[in-house]
Design a protein around this ligand. Structure first.
Ligand code: 1GP
Length: 222
């Protein structure tokens, strides 16, 4: 899945290449600078293509009707309850009567790069032992019954042994991996360790490398 940041510029040619790449879906989201306007704009551009387009909700002001799903992060490794429950409460109070619950999918987020914008924003305690990461994942999977555990290494390539260990401990949740994938070999590694691979920044730094991850993950790379 490609994660597109509404705050960043993307040419029509690049967007078309991403949407026609064979990727399973486009996720729209980011940690900073997300507005209703830039999200609507990006969604409507992606909508010209057939693949599913989901929003990862990060700002209550920027929730836009018309996405296929609303992935809703709950940051597990922060002590700031804002990012576990409070924004969610505010959102339900504000939009409760019109929330399409059948389209809302919570994600148990474990933020693992202390330098990432998401770690700073949420106050995540991102320097964790492997045991702690595995335990958080089990909280998501077994105590909270969240359908997705998201290992968010945003900006750095994570420890694949840790990713594999987390997946072994999951019973029902699907494991998302995101962070530092800059080309096919990392994409293959991450795809063999997790269920779903998210490719972000490289889209804006080197589009061809980003596109090459799709074939790699789907096992069709030469
Ligand atoms: C970010 O997990 C995604 O939310 C992808 O990370 O930008 O490092 O690819 P990168």
């Amino acid at each position: 899945m490609f994660k597109l940041d509404p705050e960043k510029e993307l040419s029509e040619e690049a967007l078309e290449a991403l949407c026609m790449s064979g990727s399973d879906a486009i996720m729209v989201g980011g940690s900073t600078g997300i507005t209703y306007e830039n999200t609507v704009d990006l969604m409507s551009r992606v909508r010209r293509f057939e693949l599913p387009c989901v929003q990862e909700v990060s700002d209550l002001e920027a929730v836009v009707p018309g996405f296929d799903l609303y992935l809703t992060p709950m940051v597990l490794n922060t002590e700031d309850v804002t990012w576990i429950l409070e924004r969610h409460r505010q959102g339900i109070e504000r939009y409760g009567y019109m929330i399409p619950w059948e389209l809302v999918v919570p994600e148990g987020y474990i933020v693992l790069n202390p330098e990432a914008a998401v770690a700073k924003l949420t106050g995540a305690k991102a320097s964790l032992t492997e045991d702690a990461i595995a335990a958080y994942a089990q909280i998501a999977d077994k105590l909270m019954s969240l359908p997705i555990v998201y290992l968010e290494y945003s900006g750095i390539f994570g420890e694949m042994d840790t990713v594999r260990r987390v997946r072994r401990g999951l019973e029902q949740a699907r494991l998302f991996y995101g962070g530092g994938i800059t080309g096919p070999s990392q994409a293959i590694e991450a795809a063999s360790a997790a269920d779903t691979v998210i490719v972000g920044n490289i889209i804006y730094d080197d589009l061809e490398q980003a596109l090459s991850t799709v074939a790699a993950v789907k096992g069709t790379a030469e």
